[in-house]
Design a protein around this ligand. Structure first.
Ligand code: URA
Length: 208
């Protein structure tokens, strides 16, 4: 697995703005969307292109176009929805595969309560989007779900990640690349990232 912590000054700046305890729902949503689009740019640099004949104003040329099917974006409910518009601004033709996971109160393991994965996921890059990589449980379950649906090319994008979550994914799915806005210090006892953003889902949905 490769872990890409963004070095882009705009990503760094925008993640810092997200951390402001007084941030409004509007600003949190806007920044989440903007960072998601910047990270999606970084996560798609490996898409392959091939030259195709094209008639342009000056005549026939051979022009590079995407050669594979467009990726499928995989927002994890519910917070991942906050990143969807930003990712779609870079990949407007992407298919969307939605995954809903919740914690089983007895086993504490994530269980899927909703999944709608594109049928040809085996032919696409799947790009998981979720604002926070904390313990890694949800991302792990989503990767397992995608793999059991036949997907072999998986990437994940997070605004903020904890080292603990990165280690969990690195152990279980070493071939999955991670694109991250900021790698933070650690998790607290409740599983929140420090310094982190707080509950990203609540901030995006205004349910604080
Ligand atoms: N989910 C969040 O929204 N925030 C955290 O810090 C960890 C998980």
């Amino acid at each position: 697995m490769s872990v890409f912590a963004s070095n882009h000054p705009l990503v760094k700046h925008k993640v810092s703005l997200l951390r402001d305890a007084q941030i409004s729902v509007k600003s949190f949503r806007e920044l989440t969307r903007e960072i998601a689009s910047l990270l999606t740019m970084e996560a798609t640099t490996q898409l392959s292109v091939e030259n195709k004949p094209l008639t342009c104003w000056s005549g026939m040329i051979s022009a590079p176009v995407l050669s594979d099917k467009q990726p499928t974006l995989v927002p994890i409910l519910r917070a991942g929805l906050g990143m969807l518009d930003g990712a779609l601004s870079i990949l407007p033709c992407a298919k969307i595969s939605v995954v809903g996971l919740k914690r089983d109160e007895e086993t504490l393991q994530p269980i899927s309560y909703y999944q709608n994965i594109v049928s040809d996921v085996n032919e696409r890059q799947a790009i998981i989007i979720d604002p926070m990589l904390a313990t890694g449980g949800t991302a792990l379950a989503t990767i397992d779900l995608l793999k059991s649906s036949g997907c072999t090319n998986i990437t994940a994008i997070f605004l903020v990640a904890a080292p603990e979550g990165i280690a969990v994914l690195q152990d279980s799915h070493p071939e999955v690349d991670l694109f991250i806005g900021a790698i933070d210090e650690k998790l607290n006892e409740q599983g929140y990232i420090l310094p982190g953003l707080g509950d990203a889902g609540d901030k995006i949905f205004g349910t604080l």
